[in-house]
Write a protein that binds this ligand. Sequence first.
Ligand code: ASP
Length: 585
Amino acid sequence: MYRSHTCGQLRSRDVNTTVTLAGWVQKVRNLGAMTFIDLRDRYGITQLVVEEHSAEEVKQTAAQLGREFVIQATGKVIERASKNPRMETGDIEVSVERLVILNRAQTPPFTIEDNSDGGDDLRMKYRYLDLRRNPLKNAMILRHKMAQSIRTFLDSEGFLEIETPYLIKSTPEGARDFVVPSRMNPNEFYALPQSPQTFKQLLMVAGYDKYFQIVRCFRDEDLRADRQPEFTQIDCEMSFVEQEDVLEVFERMAKFMFKNTLGVEFDYPFRRMPWSEAMAKYGSDKPDIRFGMEFCELTSAAQGNGFSVFDSAEYVGAIAAPGCASYTRKQIDELTEFIKRPQVGAKGLVWVRLEADGSVKSSVDKFYSPDQLRKWAEMAGARPGDMLFLVADKRKRALSALCELRLELGERLGLRDKSKFAPLWVVDFPLLEWDDETQRFYAMHHPFTSPKPEDIPLFDTDPGKIRANAYDFVVNGVEVGGGSIRIHDAQLQHRMFDILGFTPEKAEEQFGFLMNAFKFGAPPHGGLAFGFDRFCSLFGGADSIRDYIAFPKNNSGRDMMIDAPSPIDKAQLDELCLTLTEPKK
Ligand code: ASP
C-alpha cells in the first residue's frame, strides 16, 4: 500500500493515528534541528516534520530531498504548534518515522506554484508540470464536473450518447479541413470532422430522436485566445421539434449547469433577442448584456448642419457613457486611438460632454447648437455627468467600431464583472450572407439550416433577407453555442445548395449521402452544439480556453511538448503515395 490517506485529507480528528502519505515535494525548509516538508498531491498539501529525535536514516533521506521529488512518508499525525488557518490540513502535521524516495526529480524549469514564473512557451513545453499547479488543476476539475453534469442532465432527458467517426469526408462548416491521407486508398483523403453535423442528422433519419455527444472537432483556422485547432463540442440533435422545443431543453440544461457547478440560479427565462436587434443595439451577434449603453442611431438627427463627416456618412450612432463627463483630454485621445486601430478601423470619435450643471461641450460645437447636442443626449438616454460618444461611417463599420468602444468602456467602467452572468438567445439570424469579394452567398450557419417558412418566397426576390430558424446561446459577449432547425426536405435542400452556388453534380458528390437519406423518411429535426472549452473558461472566469484543455496547442497550432506537427519518414510518404514540394513563400 503506497498510501493510507491523501495529502488533502488529514485533520485534527486524525491526531495520534499512524498514516502513510505519498506525493511530490513542494518545498523543504531546514530549520537546523527540524526539517519541514510540504508534501503535495492532487488533493492538497500536508506538512511533514522530521524532528531532532527522528531516526538518523530519516534525517539523512530528508537532507537529500529537492523540489518535486516523489516520496513516501509514514508517521504519526500530531497537532501543530503553530496552526496555519489558510491550509485545510493546517491544524496538523505528520511526524515522520519512515521516509522513502520513490523517485528523484530534476529542478523544474519553472516554479510549481499558483503564480508561476514560467513563460507561456516554457509552460506549454512542460505541460505535465504546469498541470500540477492549482489553477490548471482546478480548471481540469471544473471541466470534469461540467461534463458530468451535462451527461446527468441529458441522460435524464432521454438523450443517447452516440459516437460518430473522426475519419470522414469534408463537412462544410466554413473553415478549412484537416485532411488525412489514406494508405489503402492511394491519393484519397479523409477529412477530420469540423463537427458531426451530417452524422447527427443521419442519426435522426435512423430514428434516434435525442442524440448527444461530447466530441472533438477539428478546424484548420487561424488561432486566437478562444480558438484551438481541435476543440470539444457538446453536440446535440432532436427530432420532432421546433425551435422553441430546442431552446427550452437547452435553456434548462444551461441553468442546471450554472446551478450545479457554480451555484448560480436564474429564476427567469433567458432573453430572446432577434439578430437584427442585437446588431442595431450592440453592433454584435453576441452582445454582452451585463451592462446597457445600447447604441442610438442619430443619422438623420445629425445630418444637415454642414459637418461633412456626419453629412456624408451612411450611419451616425452614439453611446452614452455613464459618469464619463469627467474624462480628460488624454482619456478621450486614448479611446480615439483605440477605435482608430486597424482592427477596429473607425475614422474618428466625436464627443459631447454633459456637465453636471446642464451645460454641454463638444468636439463639434462649431456645427451644432447646445440645444441640438442636448437633443442627441436625450435621444441616447444620457444624463448630466455622462459623455456621449459618436461614430460615423458605413453602417457595418460604424456598428462594429461602436461595439468595440462599448466593450472597452464597459471594461474601463468595471461593468464586465466576471462573476456576473448574463445569458441570452440570439434568434432569427439571416440564412445567407453576401460576400462582396467572391460575389456570392454563403450560409451564415451551415447549408442544412432551415429558412423560416414564411420567408421561403424571398428565395426568388431577395435571398439576403431570408431569416433562418437559427439561434445562438450567448453569455457575457461569448458565443457559447449555436444551432438551428434543419431542412428535412430534399427539394428545399437542393434549393439551398443551388443558391450557395453548388451545381447539382457538386451537391450530389458532396452530400449525396444525406440527400439520399432524406428519401427514406427524414423526420423534422434540429439541434445545436455548445463549445465545451468556452463554456468551461466562461465558468472559470478566464478569457482563454487554453487552460481548460489538458494538452492545448500554441498560437501557431504547435504542440510544444511533443513537438507536433513534424516531418514523417520517406517510407511513410511512399506508402501514402505522397511527394513533398517546397512550401510557397
Ligand atoms: N454543427 C454546428 C456547429 O458546429 C452546430 C449545429 O448546428 O448543431 O456550429
